[in-house]
Write a protein that binds this ligand. Structure first.
Ligand code: GLA
Length: 393
């Protein structure tokens, strides 16, 4: 009887104390992931070179820190069930790759799946959660993206909670990225389970389109964020998927719009291009400090769509210290003229010229809220503004 009671107590205690690691992603995580550009064609040289690039090209200085290896690094399990890396592609092994990324002052992310196999048919973690988590911890992994393919009849919340508990038990603080595509509304249960959750199906390299297998363009993803912003905040983020900036299809204005809106959503910013070899313009878009500051604002509020006039939308986001970001997006490929009074929007404003208005892509103050914002937004382009309270003289 006493043994049974002790056992019951132990089970209760261990489930009571299992939790996610708190304090790990107080700001939206920033980094790079191999999938959008390389899909399965990855190897350790690419990952090392990406870490080298991130550390030296200004991305690390701008705040990018996670280097995440997506699907296809794993090949099987050994006779004890330990997950094995593909030794042809990763001959030095994962531990040495993690050490290398750490040596650059960056963090390492890995990928697995809550089902029996990953989306590319590699071993999933179903039934091996605690063993996999122990191995990741022993390698020094800092971030786990956990996918949802081949889950059969599994319950999403329960499956992700099992991996959360496994990570916690393994003892190494690991950011837990829920990649369940929004199917089971992870924003409703993800806050205590993970640090970020995918809100949609996969992004595709396209501004305005939809694939019949479920891929979504930039605009289609934005449209899914009109109602769920309130679920996101410091430590638990909506994740509208990785960036397609620098992947050769989006135009510069479209890339600016993509970057701006992810920042407005306080979204994780995970570059998905070949950062070893990108244009100066792409690098500039990815590292625009004024835009990154909007993303990383410590309040962590996700923007609200305040107005929609046909193809023109205006989104706004309250920032810490009483400032605001506004983002005008032109969904059409034709220019749209604007003549917008912002001061009536900001209810708290006492004096009508109390905010300076700055264009975050032109890096220029363009006036104050005393005057209307007047101008033209070219097709598929964006006007991203920051309103900063003027200090009293
Ligand atoms: C799913 C995910 C993608 C990527 C692939 C890898 O589609 O949503 O982000 O990880 O699997 O197979």
């Amino acid at each position: 009887m006493r043994i049974l009671l002790t056992l019951a107590l132990c089970i209760t205690l261990s489930s009571t104390f299992a939790q996610k690691f708190e304090g790990l992603a107080q700001k939206p995580p920033m980094g790079w992931n191999s999938w959008n550009k390389f899909e399965c064609k990855i190897n350790e040289s690419i990952i090392r070179e990406v870490a080298d690039a991130m550390a030296s090209n200004g991305m690390k200085a701008a705040g990018y820190e996670y280097v995440v290896v997506d699907d296809c690094w794993q090949i099987g399990r050994d006779s004890l069930g330990n997950i094995m890396a593909d030794t042809e592609r990763f001959p030095s092994g994962m531990k040495s790759l993690v050490d290398y990324v750490h040596s650059k002052g960056l963090k390492f992310g890995i990928y697995s799946d809550a089902g029996t196999a990953t989306c590319q048919g590699r071993p999933g973690s179903r039934g091996y959660e605690f063993q996999d988590a122990r191995i990741y911890a022993s390698w020094g992994v800092d971030y786990l993206k956990y996918d949802w393919c081949n889950h059969g009849k599994q319950n999403a919340e329960a499956s992700y909670t099992t991996m959360r508990d496994a990570l916690y038990k393994a003892g190494r603080p690991i950011v837990f990225s829920i990649c369940e595509w929004g199917t089971n509304k992870p924003w409703e249960w993800g806050k205590t389970v993970g640090h970020l959750w995918r809100t949609t199906e996969d992004i595709i390299n396209c501004f305005d389109c939809k694939n019949n297998w479920g891929g979504l363009g930039v605009l289609q993803i934005i449209d899914l964020h009109t109602e769920i912003g309130d679920y996101s905040g410091p430590g638990y983020w909506n994740d509208p998927d990785m960036l397609e900036i620098g992947n050769g299809v989006l135009t510069q204005p479209e890339e600016r719009l993509h970057m701006s809106m992810w920042a407005m959503f306080s979204a994780p910013l995970i570059a998905g291009n070949d950062i070893r070899n990108m244009s100066a313009e792409t690098l500039k878009t990815l590292t625009n400090k004024e835009v990154l500051d909007i993303d990383q604002d410590k309040l962590g509020i996700s923007a609200t769509r305040w107005m929609k006039y046909g193809d023109l939308e205006v989104w706004f986001k309250p920032l810490s210290d009483g400032n605001y970001a506004f983002c005008f997006i032109n969904r059409s490929n034709q220019p749209i003229s604007i003549n917008q009074d912002l001061k009536t929007t900001i209810k708290k404003m006492k004096v009508d010229d109390s905010y300076t208005v700055r264009d975050l892509w032109k890096h220029k103050d363009i006036g104050t809220t005393k005057d209307n914002i007047v101008g033209t937004i070219p097709g598929h382009d964006v006007l991203m503004l920051k309103l900063t309270k003027k200090l009293p003289l």
